[in-house]
Design a protein around this ligand. Structure first.
Ligand SMILES: C[S@@+](CC[C@H](N)C(=O)[O-])C[C@H]1O[C@@H](n2cnc3c(N)ncnc32)[C@H](O)[C@@H]1O
Length: 186
């Protein structure tokens, strides 16, 4: 295992209820997630649950020069790791995802073009996961996407109800564990 994977494993085990996994996402899963986003049209992308930044670094490679990426990460150790990425288009927040609206408004944004989320929704309190999806829907632009991966289809009904049924499921077998992708469009 690389040094980064070992560090992620230690922190994720300590905080299993909020990390929801012990292994960072595979490159296959990351590629599949990013294929759902049209980066040429995105001015503001928000990532929820960035962890050690394994997806963050790949998003930054695809970002248009005038676009911004805002990351929400509640774990302080991961937050400090993310700060080290130090990219001029990246804003890293030690804040919880449900505060999306206040946090973007503080920075002069009204709407989010696309979301990429690896939050462990099934492990969060039900009211919290609902608030996160509803608040995100509110600030998402028309035709914007909310891409979420999970290890089950448990949230399909809820995403369909909030996104007026505009939800497609995809699957990536080459990840531990294999992951479902919810691709939701406003
Ligand atoms: C499954 S890990 C994903 C890490 C990384 N993005 C990856 O794909 O390997 C989920 C992350 O969500 C963070 N998290 C959990 N609840 C959160 C919340 N309410 N707001 C922001 N981040 C949260 C955890 O601290 C953890 O780093």
């Amino acid at each position: 295992m690389t040094h980064e994977k070992v560090a992620f494993f230690k922190e994720a085990v300590k905080n299993f209820k909020t990390s929801g996994t012990i292994i960072p996402s595979s490159r296959f899963l990351i590629k599949r997630i990013l294929s759902k986003i049209n980066f040429t049209n995105s001015k503001l992308i928000v990532e929820f649950g960035s962890g050690n930044g394994i997806i963050t670094k790949e998003i930054l490679k695809k970002l248009e020069p005038s676009a911004t990426l805002i990351c929400f990460e509640i774990n302080e150790v991961f937050y400090n790791e993310l700060k080290k990425i130090n990219h001029k288009q990246l804003i890293v927040l030690n804040a919880s995802a449900e505060n999306i609206q206040q946090e973007i408004e503080k920075r002069g944004f009204k709407q989010v073009d696309d979301f990429i989320s690896s939050l462990p929704l099934t492990m969060l309190p039900k009211e919290l996961s609902e608030r996160i999806i509803e608040n995100s829907y509110t600030v998402l632009k028309e035709k914007g996407r909310f891409v979420q991966f999970q290890y089950s289809t448990q949230f399909l009904k809820q995403f369909k109800s909030i996104f007026n049924r505009k939800v497609r499921l995809d699957f990536e077998p080459l990840n531990i564990p294999p992951a479902f992708l919810y691709v939701c469009e406003k």
